[in-house]
Write a protein that binds this ligand. Structure first.
Ligand SMILES: [Zn+2]
Length: 255
């Protein structure tokens, strides 16, 4: 399998840490419960894992140890107190670029491996991310906050939604990715044309319902002003799932 981001060969074992190693060394050494959802309608499967060791063999060693590792180090330096303790932060335009590139990198690696029959992001888009941390047009991202019964949550989920109803969204599909890192929740939404032959046509994107405004701060596209986290409201255990699937209604969902 080719690397998700370059012409190199991806490793066959190991690969990118879905949960970066610095988190494993910071969080207490005990069993964590991870939730794995197979289909939208199935009950989430609970399994215990010692630490957060999931790796995605979707990238080459050079990418993993090079630009990806440099980007991860910046995130650790800037957000570890937020991830681990919910420390507030402000987000200037340069920070937004780094956070957006990190979120997209996680989304691409996960989707490239688990959705390998038809990766959502083009190779050109992945290479631009690697070369210049560029984010494709029409991609939107939000930051939210989690505070549940357990001190931290760790979750990485992507799904693709589309509609079969005639209308302006017909023929479009939307990739939604949510990455929960301790107290910090990152979410990405990207559109594309469903039919490969239509992929040169103009894109339309979704706008979240206004009721989410107090829970999620849009940080991409970057609007040129400093943002502050956390938002007015936190997500808890009963509400986070609605946020993960907020773009799933009323359009149909394909995992
Ligand atoms: Zn590579």
């Amino acid at each position: 399998m080719k690397c998700a981001f370059c012409d190199g060969e991806s490793v066959t074992h190991g690969g990118e840490h879905l949960w970066d190693d610095w988190i494993n060394s910071e969080i207490p050494k005990k069993l964590y419960h991870a939730k794995k959802r197979l289909t939208l309608t199935s009950t989430p499967i609970q399994f215990a894992t010692k630490g957060l060791k999931e790796k995605v063999p979707a990238v080459c060693t050079k990418c993993n140890n090079g630009w990806m590792s440099a980007l991860t180090a910046k995130i650790k330096g800037r957000y570890s107190a937020t991830v681990l303790n919910g420390a507030p932060f402000s987000l200037g335009p340069e920070d937004a670029v780094i956070l957006a590139a990190f979120t997209l990198m996680k989304a691409v690696a996960k989707n490239y491996y688990y959705g390998r029959d038809d990766p959502f992001f083009t190779r050109a888009a992945c290479e631009r991310l690697r070369n210049s941390l560029a984010i494709p047009h029409f991609v939107k991202m939000w930051a939210a906050a989690y505070q549940g019964a357990s001190r931290y949550a760790f979750h990485s989920n992507f799904h693709i939604v589309s509609t079969s109803e005639p209308g302006p969204l017909y023929g479009m599909e939307f990739f939604s990715y949510t990455y929960i890192l301790g107290n910090l929740v990152l979410q990405l939404l990207a559109p594309r044309r469903k039919d490969i032959l239509d992929r040169g046509k103009p894109l339309i994107t979704l706008v979240p319902n206004a009721r989410w405004q107090s829970t999620a701060i849009q940080f991409w596209p970057e609007a040129g002003q400093a943002l502050s986290w956390p938002p007015a409201k936190y997500f808890g255990d009963s509400t986070i799932e609605h946020f993960i699937y907020r773009f799933g209604v009323p359009v149909t969902v394909r995992l």
